[in-house]
Design a protein around this ligand. Structure first.
Ligand code: SF4
Length: 349
């Protein structure tokens, strides 16, 4: 059973850096305080009352957990121990920087229930990392993934296409490298320009141009498809639509409240376009969980097929896999196809 995540945002806490794109206080909408023992217990109790039979996973998002003083890390993890012992909480997830990981400390975290560590990898291109003020190079990410995997924990990698000096090719290469290194899952956060950051200064001075929404969706589509081919889950595309991110705080970049759906919709649209053309009358079936992606945001996929001269209807078939479509044509010919089989040239971005 998929666990319910109980999130705690520890914005910018523990982080010794200021990356050019980062204003963690804005991103999380929090003011930089850490939850105390009572807040942690109360939130777990509250979520337990609504989770039903599903287990809970406690997640400390934001900041750099492993760079917090060890006594603070212990204080955050201590209230979880009784919940872990009685089975209310079955795992803990933290996020941190790749250069703030060592084997002894990962073992210490594992003893306290941490089962997943998400790394802010962002890019595996040293020139991109340097231009983004990350303060570490790609080797640190490879090392961190290795340490986490050797400890038997899950390693997640966050990637940020569109950073300074990044290109679609280097984004794809970064994805390939974290997959090869053994990352268990990915998050893809296309770069956005947040007011008050160094990146905002560069953008305003004309020194940096982020990916537009259109190009960002096109690139994320190809990254997602490659991850699907490698059977690596992408658990999030685009920053959460949280309180601090809005039209005032985001100056530019690939930002949309339902970016993941936009990206998946384009994948399905491309798949459909492989089989239907003007004059066709087709019924496209998907797994029920993918129907909204096939229809598209604001029914855009249906509208665009109509504009192409295709009469398209949709339906659901729960025998299909989530990345599979069945297309019934007017001549009763039936085509099965899966998203993994799409072929892209990264130069199309
Ligand atoms: S390491 Fe993370 S929290 Fe720290 S400045 Fe960079 S992005 Fe922000």
């Amino acid at each position: 059973m998929k666990p319910v995540t109980v999130p705690f945002f520890i914005s910018h806490q523990g982080c010794p850096h200021t990356c050019v794109f980062c204003d963690q206080r804005t991103i999380s909408g929090a003011n930089g305080t850490l939850p105390n023992v009572f807040q942690i217990r109360d939130k777990i109790d509250l979520w337990r009352s609504t989770a039903g039979e599903r287990p809970l996973e406690v997640a400390f998002f934001g900041g750099t957990f492993t760079a917090l003083p060890e006594d603070i890390q212990a204080e955050l993890l201590a209230p979880l121990q009784p919940f872990l012992e009685n089975g209310t909480v079955n795992s803990v997830r933290i996020s941190t920087r790749p250069d703030c990981i060592d084997a002894d400390h990962v073992a210490w975290l594992s003893e306290r229930g941490v089962r997943t560590i998400e790394l802010g990898v962002q890019s595996m291109d040293d020139a991109v990392l340097a231009a983004s003020g990350r303060g570490h190079f790609a080797a640190a990410s490879l090392n961190a993934i290795r340490i986490i995997k050797n400890a038997g924990l899950q390693a997640g990698a966050q990637l940020m296409p569109g950073l300074p000096k990044d290109t679609p090719l280097s984004s794809l290469a970064s994805l390939e490298q974290v997959i090869s290194a053994g990352a268990d899952f990915l998050r893809i956060y296309p770069t956005v320009v947040i007011r008050g950051t160094e990146l905002a200064r560069r953008y305003t001075a004309g020194e940096f141009m982020p990916l537009s929404l259109e190009r960002g969706v096109s690139l994320c589509k190809q990254l997602l498809q490659r991850a699907m081919q490698a059977d690596i889950p992408v658990i999030r595309i685009g920053l959460q639509n949280e309180a601090g991110l809005n039209a005032d705080s985001v100056l530019a970049g690939c930002r949309h409240p339902a970016l993941g759906q936009l990206v998946r919709s384009q994948l399905y649209e491309d798949l459909i376009c492989n089989f239907v053309s003007s004059g066709d009358h087709a019924t496209v079936y998907s797994h029920p969980a993918r129907l909204s992606d096939v229809v598209g945001t604001k029914r855009n996929n249906l509208r665009r097929q109509t504009e192409r001269g295709v009469r398209m209807q949709v339906g659901v078939d729960d025998t299909l896999k989530k990345d599979e479509l069945k297309v019934e044509m007017q001549d009763k010919c039936t085509i099965y196809s899966i998203v993994k089989d799409l072929h892209y040239s990264i130069h199309e971005v």
